[in-house]
Design a binder for this molecule. Structure first.
Ligand SMILES: C[S@@+](CC[C@H](N)C(=O)[O-])C[C@H]1O[C@@H](n2cnc3c(N)ncnc32)[C@H](O)[C@@H]1O
Length: 399
């Protein structure tokens, strides 16, 4: 970091202009980020960010579309969970607009290297020039990805204002919108980069899309949000009329499924509750989650399938069902490596110990599973609970 270049205060908000240097890579990605941050953020950023992997031959290309401007397309088949690109932003700036006469946007633009600025200025700007005269602000409002600057100790539910930022990315920002996107991104504060990854398999030539709207909202709410903030009317396959049913029926069914998915974990059984109640049927959570996964597939909302996959795998672990556990754990590992590193690590540990279990060697099974720590202890726990319960019942019968 160069040290603060300039500081502006608007009411209760102070912003510091800065330039962050990144570990150099041989790729064409930028090696600096121009930032406008609240002063409390600066010391919390990594002093020397971890370098990001450079992908030799990109699995995507940027091409013009018929009516959406440029878009990102798969240059070859991409698997669910695969990284498409790991990219640094060229600019990080506050989500909240600055006063119209603020020189900060122009000064940020001046900090972006010449070759990057040319590319940045070709990104879409859907803002009205009268309301938003600055190029950087217009481009940021049309493109900036929300960067969670949540730090250890911050609440998960609430993000303080000084942590709410957006990032302008030269490649990821070429992704157009879909209400059933095939990709998602994850911001990583340690590398100061965002990873774009596939949430379901993408075929060669298919457009790579992300969502700009909360997919659990109704179609009418999504359309209003996209028109207001991005200046287009969504006609993705999830919003337009299918051949087979009336449009109203289709919209109502889709809205209901999306709303249900948005509140699923609050209203439906989850693994942790099932584990506490041995009277619940074995497939209580599994069948409810399989239904959710069907709705997810129908609505193209694979971006939210991770916690469902994890719960199903953990249910099979608790039931001691090796074959089903391995099937679901491998799905979690392949699909969720970017979204939840810790969950995937735990799943790998448990999988490793379970893979070596001989079906007929129970003692071995328990001791190996225990060695896997907290996760391992849950192996077969449900079956043991049931065995204990039935032997207790037999016991009382004899009395
Ligand atoms: C983040 S940019 C996406 C990249 C942009 N197409 C470009 O050429 O730079 C967002 C803008 O792309 C266009 N766009 C994105 N998704 C679209 C869609 N599904 N239908 C029509 N236009 C879309 C809109 O103009 C929107 O304001």
């Amino acid at each position: 970091m160069e040290g603060p270049l300039k500081t502006w205060t608007y009411g209760a908000h102070t912003y510091v202009l800065n330039i962050l240097s990144l570990p150099s890579t041989s790729s064409a990605t930028p090696t600096t980020i121009a930032t406008l941050l609240h002063p409390s953020m600066t010391p919390l950023l990594p002093p020397s960010p971890t370098s990001i992997p450079v992908l030799d031959s990109p699995c995507f290309e940027i091409k013009q579309t018929m009516y959406k401007g440029a878009g990102m397309f798969a240059a070859r088949g991409i698997c669910a969970g695969q990284v498409i690109i790991d990219e640094h932003p060229v600019i990080i700036l506050p989500n909240k607009p600055l006063p119209l006469d603020s020189p900060a946007y122009d000064e940020l633009e001046e900090l972006v290297p010449e070759d990057k600025i040319v590319e940045m200025l070709t990104l879409t700007n859907c803002q009205d020039r009268k309301v938003c005269p600055s190029n950087v602000e217009g481009i940021a409002r049309t493109n900036a990805l929300r960067l969670a600057m949540r730090l250890p100790g911050d609440s998960k539910e609430w993000e303080p204002k000084e942590r709410q930022y957006g990032g302008i990315f030269l490649k990821i920002n070429r992704c157009n919108h879909s209400c059933g996107p095939n990709a998602a991104f994850r911001w990583n504060v340690d590398t100061l980069s965002a990873v774009l990854y596939a949430v379901r398999p993408i075929s060669e030539g298919e457009e790579i899309t992300i969502t700009y709207a909360d997919p659990t909202r109704s179609r009418a709410e999504r359309i209003a949000h996209l028109e207001q903030n991005y200046g287009f009317t969504c006609d993705c396959p999830y919003c337009s009329r299918p051949q087979s049913s009336s449009i109203e029926e289709h919209i109502n069914a889709s809205d209901a499924s999306r709303a249900q998915l948005g509140t699923w974990f609050a209203l439906h059984p989850v693994f942790s509750k099932w584990m506490l109640d041995p009277c619940l049927p074995d497939d209580f959570v599994i069948s409810s989650h399989l239904h959710a996964l069907k709705l997810i597939e129908q609505e193209g909302m694979q971006g939210m399938e991770g916690p469902f996959l994890e719960d199903i795998a953990m249910c099979y672990a608790a039931l001691g069902d090796k074959i089903e556990f391995m099937k679901w754990a491998n799905r979690v590992i392949a699909r969720c490596g970017i979204e939840d590193v810790e969950m995937v690590r735990k799943m790998k540990v448990l999988l490793q110990c379970v893979e070596s279990i001989e079906e007929d060697d129970r003692r071995d099974r328990w001791s190996k599973a225990r060695k896997a720590g907290k996760q391992g202890k849950s192996w077969g726990v449900r079956s043991r609970q049931k065995q204990r319960k039935s032997s207790k019942n037999q016991h009382s019968w004899h009395y």
